[in-house]
Ligand binder design. Structure first.
Ligand code: DAH
Length: 341
């Protein structure tokens, strides 16, 4: 019996030396000490032994059990320490390594210019409103006094969704939406995207951006229009900037004008930017046509107003000397970074 117990002990020792995983260690524990284990089997068979033998074998088995338990628990500590060591090695982190450099973007020139312009107007007490890019023919043309035969309605200029709905060709429909939803006094600007059925080239894009302005109050005259536009130009292009107004035609204003600013490049002497004239055309404007005010149920005996609209791409291109409008839509980070503020 003693030999049998020694053999179990020897075998366990030999196996333990080879064990590397917690699972194998547990398997060994079950095989020797478990309910159906080798040592347990000896204890179970003791009923057939003589009483004095029983005592001796019992002692031997219990001693052997103790030995195996001790061996297993010291091996357990060893296996765990090894596993931890390997884990630490695998997860080693070199905090002195240079980090990954994340490339920072920059504001798009059109965003920079839009923000500059809106800031000038908000500082004058204007608030910002927005309108939908998919518009009705009513808001984009009819309500803006552009009669059914107005050339801008043509299929060649306008993207129609159907005969009632289109992609807005201008931000002016926001004037209509504002007149329908607000009571005078009104002082708003509305930046946004507009669409025209143009073939892209250096100066045309089927999608571009405008900023619309609308002021309606008692006693608003052309002098207010000129005063606000002049101080806007001085704030955007510099205090030395001069402005002039040329008669023009827009269906939604009467009288209508275009405003030129003295060339911010040459100061008016004549250069490449102003094509030698000393002046640069910046925006369209005028006194709001009574027909437009009437759409919003505004009392035209009591209230008058002025409106204006400018192209963001045009201002950005003049300001930064950009010679191709398409550069704005290519998302080339090298282009965009140049206008970092
Ligand atoms: N909507 C005009 C355009 O796209 C620009 C414009 C001109 C807007 C005069 C106005 C304005 O509000 O008064 O060409």
């Amino acid at each position: 019996m003693q030999n049998k117990i020694n053999a179990i002990l020897e075998e366990s020792k030999a196996k333990l030396d080879e064990i590397k995983s917690l699972k194998d260690l547990d398997d060994l524990r079950v095989k020797v000490l478990g309910k159906k284990g080798d040592l347990t089997a000896i204890l179970k068979n003791m009923k057939d032994l003589a009483p004095e033998e029983k005592k001796e074998v019992g002692m031997l088995v219990n001693k052997a059990k103790q030995d195996v338990e001790e061996m297993i628990s010291s091996k357990l500590a060893e296996v765990k320490a090894k596993a931890l060591e390997e884990k630490l090695k695998a997860e080693k982190l070199d905090v002195t390594e240079p980090g990954t450099k994340h490339q920072l973007g920059a504001k798009h020139p059109l965003t920079v210019v839009t923000e500059e312009i809106t800031k000038v107007f908000t500082s004058m007490g204007f608030s910002i409103v927005e309108g939908p890019e998919i518009e009705t023919v009513f808001h984009n043309f009819d309500a803006l006094n552009a009669g059914p035969n107005h050339p801008a309605r043509d299929m060649t200029d306008t993207f129609y969704v159907n005969d009632q709905v289109l992609l807005r060709t201008q931000t002016s429909p926001v004037q209509v939406r504002t007149l329908l939803s607000q009571e005078p006094p009104i002082r708003v600007i509305s930046p946004g995207r507009v669409f025209r059925c143009d073939t892209p080239d250096a100066t045309h894009s089927p999608v571009f951006h405008q900023i619309e302005g609308l002021v309606v109050d008692e006693g608003i005259t052309m002098a207010d229009l000129k005063g606000v536009m002049d101080s806007f130009a001085k704030k955007l292009f510099g205090e030395e900037t001069r402005t002039k107004f040329r008669p023009h035609h827009f269906p939604f204003t009467e009288p209508s004008a275009e405003m030129d600013v003295s060339c911010f490049k040459c100061g008016g002497k004549g250069c490449r930017v102003c094509k030698g004239s000393g002046w640069i055309e910046i925006l369209g404007c005028g006194m709001v046509h009574p027909n437009v005010l009437k759409v919003g149920d505004v009392d035209t005996e009591k209230y008058t107003g002025f409106a204006f609209g400018l192209g963001v791409e045009r201002v950005a291109m003049l300001k930064y000397g950009i010679d191709d409008i398409r550069l704005n839509y290519e998302n080339d980070i090298r282009y965009i970074r140049q206008f970092k503020k």
